[in-house]
Each structure stands twice: as C-alpha cells, then as structure tokens.
Design a binder for this molecule. Structure first.
Ligand code: SAH
Ligand code: SF4
Ligand code: F3S
Length: 473
C-alpha cells in the first residue's frame, strides 16, 4: 500500500456529531491562501486533509506553492531525530519567504508541535502558531489570535477527538485512492516510540461515520480506501448504549461490502493483536487486499521484550504461519529497527534469520534513534555505536532488496488484477497500477481503459521494484 510511513527515504456534515461553527470567520479570510506540507506517516497526511477542510470552512483556499501563500502549515513528525531535523531545515527555507513577506503566518502542526509545545516558539522565532494533533478544531480561534498580532498555541490532547464529522479535503489526490482514519493515538508503550506522547490515548472512530465516508468516496469514483490507525487490529467501537459493538474484523467486513469494486487496505497491524478472525475476513472478500504490514522491529525475543512489544519471536512466527495458512499468497511487509539498546551481534543475526523465514515483500528499515521522554531513553543506554548500527542496517537493507526482488520474480508469469492509478512516471505510453499485493505493475496504455478501472495484466518480467506486463482478457 501506500505505505504508512514515508520513511527515511515517511463535511462539515452535521450528520453525526458536532458541526463546525465557522460562519462568521468565512468572509474575512476570503481570498487568503493556505499551503500545507506533511511529513511522517499516513496519519499525518490524513490529518492535513482534515486541517485543509477546517481552513476551507474558514474561507481559505489551498495552494500548492508556498511562495504565494498567506498561511504556511507544516505538519510534522517526531519519530526519529532526522525527521525533526528535516522539519527544522524546511522552516529555515520558510524564513526567507517571511523576510520578504512579514504578514506570512507560519504554523507547526502535528507530532513535533505536540512534543515541543510552546518551546517551539522560543526555538524557532518565525513560528506563529503551534497546534497539536487533537486541537485542529481550534484553528479558527488560533488564526484569529495570530491575526491580532499574538503567537498562539494549542497542544491539548483529547480522549475523544476523532474528527468523525469532518469531511476531509482530498489533497494531492488522484481521485482513485484515499485514506480513512479509523482511530487515533496509541496505548502501546513500545519503549523506543514517541507516538503515545505525541498522539495521546487510543480511541476508535464511530463505525457508521467510517462506512459513510467509504460510501461517499466510492460514489465520487474512488476505488481504493486504506483504513488507518497506529494499531488497527485493536479498533473497538461501541455506541453509547453499548448495544452495538464493532471490532476490526467486523469493520473490515462492513467496508468491504460497500462495493466489491472498492478495494480495501489497512495499516498498521500490531503482531500482538492481529487475529485469525481478521485473516478469515480477508479471505472471505476478494476486494480486501491480500497485503499486511506487520512490523517485527527485531527478530530476537530479548530485544523485543526491551522494546516492550509484548510478543516474542515465536508469537510473531505463529502469526506469519497463520497468514500463510489462511491467506496463501498474501504479501507481508515490515518495519525493522537496527541497533536498539544493548542489541548484540547474535541478536542482530536473529533479525536477519527472521527476514529469511518470512521473506518480506517490502520493508521500512531504520537505525535506532533515541527519542527524549520515551521509556528506552529513560531506562536503557543507547550503546550500540553509530558505525555498528549503520553496518547492521546495511545488512538488513541488502537482505531485503534480495527478498523484494525474489518476491517480484515469483509473480512473473502470473495474471494479476490491477487497479490503474495513472500513467507510469517514466512514460505516457504506459499505465501504472497496483496489484492485490501492492506491487507496482507497469503495462502499455490501452485506450479502452482508464485510471480508476481494473484490468488483468500478465506479468512478463520485473525490475528490482516493478512488475512489467501487458493487459490480457
Ligand atoms: N504503529 C506502528 C509503527 C508506527 S512508527 C507499529 O507499532 O508498528 C513507524 C516505525 O518507525 C516503527 O514501526 C519503527 O520501526 C520505527 N520507529 C519508531 N520509533 C523509532 C525510533 N525511536 N528509532 C528508530 N525507528 C523508530
Ligand atoms: Fe509506537 Fe508501538 Fe504505538 Fe506503534 S504500537 S505507534 S511503535 S507505541
Ligand atoms: Fe506519524 Fe511521525 Fe507522528 S510517524 S504519528 S507523524 S511521530
């Protein structure tokens, strides 16, 4: 799938719930332009669509050019040190624009805003407004305060906010694939991870609003939705009376029956929570894509315990075996961290042997980066030397490249159902799309079909990252 992590290389519908009360601010913002840039995981990209919706209700238009904007928002990620560094570098570029246009409002949103709070205003003088992930409904008020010449901050986390009633403005959309956020926050305390601090407690969104969003997207011509959460398998919603209860497997089924023509993907699955019920639901519906992102982090049980992942090597292998048994041919991808605190050479070897066991289709691979305030930062020394982390990461990356290529080679000669996303990046003579397993497939344009339609493609060859074929049937 679109992957949830953009890694190193990561209605106003009063229908149900609160409507946005924005009427009196609309006029005064008319003609003002918002530019918004997102970093980090898919949840941040999805949140930017909610922010754009709130700002448009206020009268703003969006622009793809920051130099012509009146308000520039940067939706930030704190997951690793270098993710934060990238944001600071980008803020420096905005500074130059602000020097020429002092009226420009610069806002920092998302996880880094939550982590650093008002400190941001001291550290980065050009920033006018700091807004945490649960405070976007307060934007009309915050922008008013900035317009009055003040700096503004709201980083309150919420136990309830899911923005269920806000209809996201699809930014940079191809009109075919969209994200649907189904939950927020995270209650797992993986010792390396900053997300529970930046995103707050886990909460699930009203199932009915999710189904409605999927239905609306389908009606608008979308053919693929990705259900998003840090830990989708722990999705759990019930109505106030407690008479209706929906778990993740049931939610998947409810979205799958919106239409057999709507592909359903999801991310991320936590190995401790993925159930056979979810796998069986996937098996039952052709349109639930056979692709699971199942981050392992490490192949060694001692390291997994230090990471507080709450599963061990055997448990993870058992879940992979269940996927292979219930969903033959299902693609599996992962996240791996190299050089976590006190990881020995033998323990690193166990990560490599886990990779050999699973033969992942795809992986996001990182060097451990200590994050202030996390359990690992408090309890364990970040004691694997940088060059050792680098070498271990290289070994992991090399192995993955080999496995990804082998997985693609295994699909040569097969016919795959492909949803056409658009033209190939390299040539207007070719279409590009993805198969069920989320591999990119490139094939010559046929004027009888267009993006957003399904075709059967015979895969004839592959590169290291792409399947190449032709339409059949
Ligand atoms: N909720 C998802 C992960 C979200 S963060 C899950 O539990 O799997 C995405 C990935 O970033 C993690 O899977 C992990 O591999 C990586 N990551 C998180 N914190 C990190 C850190 N401090 N250093 C290096 N990588 C980290
Ligand atoms: Fe972070 Fe763990 Fe939550 Fe994933 S499950 S977001 S790694 S704390
Ligand atoms: Fe996502 Fe980064 Fe926040 S990975 S949840 S944007 S810290």
């Amino acid at each position: 799938m679109f992957s949830p992590q953009v890694s190193e290389k990561e209605h106003d519908e009063a229908r149900q719930g609160e409507a946005l009360v924005l009427e009196n601010t609309t006029g005064k913002n008319s003609g003002r332009k918002l530019y918004i840039e997102s970093y980090g995981c898919a949840m941040n990209f999805s949140d930017s669509e909610i922010v754009a919706s709130i700002m448009m209700e206020m009268g703003f238009e969006t622009t793809g050019e920051y130099k012509e904007a009146d308000v520039v928002f940067i939706n930030t990620c704190s997951i690793r040190e270098n993710a934060e560094q990238r944001v600071r570098n980008r803020l420096r570029e905005f500074k130059a624009v602000k020097a020429k246009n002092p009226g420009l409002v610069v806002g920092v949103l998302g996880c880094m805003a939550e982590r650093l709070k008002a400190k941001f205003l001291e550290e980065e003088k050009l920033v006018d407004v700091v807004v945490g992930p649960d405070a976007y409904r307060d934007l009309p008020n915050l922008i008013d305060r900035v317009d009055d010449g003040n700096k503004a901050v709201n980083v309150l986390l919420s136990r309830e906010e899911t923005y269920a009633d806000i209809n996201p403005v699809r930014l940079n959309s191809n009109g075919i694939s969209a994200f649907i956020s189904i939950m927020r926050g995270c209650d797992n305390m993986c010792s390396f991870c900053v997300v529970p601090f930046t995103r707050g407690r886990e909460r699930s969104r009203d199932a009915k609003s999710i189904i409605q969003e999927a239905q609306d997207l389908f009606n608008e011509g979308y053919r693929e939705v990705t259900l998003l959460g840090q830990n989708v398998d722990s999705y759990k919603w019930s109505n106030e009376e407690g008479t209706e209860k929906v778990n993740f497997a049931q939610l998947l089924e409810m979205v799958a029956i919106v239409s057999p023509e709507l592909r359903v993907r999801f991310s991320t699955s936590h190995p401790k929570d993925i159930t056979d019920e979810v796998l069986e639901t996937m098996a039952k519906y052709e349109n639930i894509c056979k692709y699971i992102h199942l981050p392992v982090q490490s192949g060694n049980s001692r390291v997994l315990e230090l990471m507080n992942r709450t599963y061990d090597r055997e448990w993870y292998i058992n879940r992979v075996d269940a996927i292979r048994r219930i969903l033959p041919g299902c693609a599996i991808s992962t996240d791996v961290i190299a050089g976590f605190c006190s990881e020995s050479e033998e323990e690193h070897q166990e990560t490599l042997s886990m990779m050999d066991y699973v033969k992942y289709d795809f992986a996001y691979m990182f060097m451990y980066s200590e994050r202030p305030g996390t359990l690992a930062a408090k309890r364990y020394a970040d004691d694997v030397p940088e060059e050792v982390k680098k070498r271990r990461l290289t070994e992991i990356v090399n192995k993955q490249q080999q496995h990804s290529h082998e997985r693609l080679l295994g699909q040569v000669g097969q016919v795959h159902k492909v949803l056409i996303d658009g033209f190939s990046k390299k040539s207007k003579d070719d279409y590009a799309g993805r198969n069920d397993q989320n591999a990119t497939v490139v094939f010559p344009v046929d004027s009888r079909v267009k993006p957003g339609q399904y075709v059967n493609v015979l895969v004839e060859k592959c590169t290291t990252a792409t399947l190449i074929g032709r339409i059949v049937g």
